[in-house]
Write a protein of this length. Structure first.
Length: 300
């Protein structure tokens, strides 16, 4: 096992940075600040991320992914919204029922470009949160309905396995997945994290799972069979998500948060809430763009 050190990659300190996505063709990154309701794009310059643009939404924003037509699909507080290249916004389906004290959280596209997104409770409820998949015919498929804090999503390199995180109980699930048909199997335990809480995840080209560990200031990797491997140390306690970026996809981009830290902890960790990068001897693979065929599902 090897330890790596992440270095600061951004100038701004976010409240809750999350959901990094690498757009290989444009050499740019998308990420969000959930608490600020902001979506950011930035370009990679060496091992730094330079902000290009930001978009503000009312309330909180759980995730944002790029579309194959140049748009952005944004999971706002309670529904999906398409942000067109010209700035026009179109509402998609509601994913949090009115009156429910929950919000959208992490989301990602499967290898066929379908968008998956989960919810989290904003109160003490447990076991009532949902993981949805938005189909290209406009319908929502409920994949799980008994989660507490639906979080990171990832697929094995061949697309036959899907990983999903429920942060509060510390569980990362795995299930069989058929990319072509969309059929998926029953979930089963893959990892149980007991030190810190598993948050965002990604998979490298070997099929190793990289897990952001909230509360521990690190990212841990695990073999496909679930054996702990390398660790990336991050000078910020609340590590929220991860993605492989760069021309060779060997740079691990790490988002962090400054929330839930005391004044003393913020003084001790002045870069909490920034983006970080660690150079690794392994590589990831490009993210899948959101399929534009889903555009017909939008209602105005």
């Amino acid at each position: 096992m090897t330890e790596y050190q992440a270095t600061r990659a951004s100038s701004d300190r976010h409240i809750l940075a999350e959901g990094p996505v690498w757009i290989a063709d444009l050499a740019t990154v998308i990420w969000v600040d959930i608490e600020k309701g902001s979506v950011f794009t930035g370009r990679l310059s060496g091992t730094s991320i330079i902000e290009i643009s930001r978009y503000s939404f009312e309330g909180q924003v759980g995730a944002a992914v790029p579309g194959d037509d140049g748009s952005l699909l944004v999971a706002t507080h309670d529904r999906l919204v398409r942000l067109a290249p010209d700035g026009h916004r179109t509402d998609g389906p509601i994913i949090v029922s009115p009156g429910t004290n929950s919000r959208a959280n992490d989301g990602a596209c499967d290898p066929a470009g379908r968008f998956l997104v989960g919810t989290l409770a904003l109160d003490d409820r447990e076991g009532q949160e949902v993981l949805y998949r938005w189909e290209t015919n406009g319908s929502l498929t409920t994949m799980d309905s008994d989660l507490t804090l639906s979080n990171g999503l990832a697929w094995s390199p061949d697309g036959t396995l899907m990983y999903s995180t429920d942060t509060v109980p510390g569980i990362i699930w795995v299930r069989d997945y058929d990319v072509a048909s969309g059929e998926f199997g029953s979930r089963r335990h893959h990892l149980h994290i007991t030190q810190g809480f598993p948050d965002g995840i990604c998979v490298d080209s070997r099929g190793y799972l990289w897990v952001a560990i909230w509360g521990e200031g690190e990212v841990r990797s695990f073999t496909p069979s679930g054996i702990a491997d390398d660790t990336v140390r991050v000078p910020a306690p609340h590590v929220s998500s991860v993605a492989f970026v760069g021309a060779d996809l060997n740079l691990l981009l790490i988002t962090t948060a400054s929330r839930d830290l005391s004044p003393a902890e913020l003084e001790q960790h002045p870069d909490a809430g920034c983006l970080f990068i660690a150079e690794l001897p392994t590589a990831g693979f490009p993210s899948t763009l959101w399929a534009s065929s889903a555009l017909a599902a939008f209602v105005r």
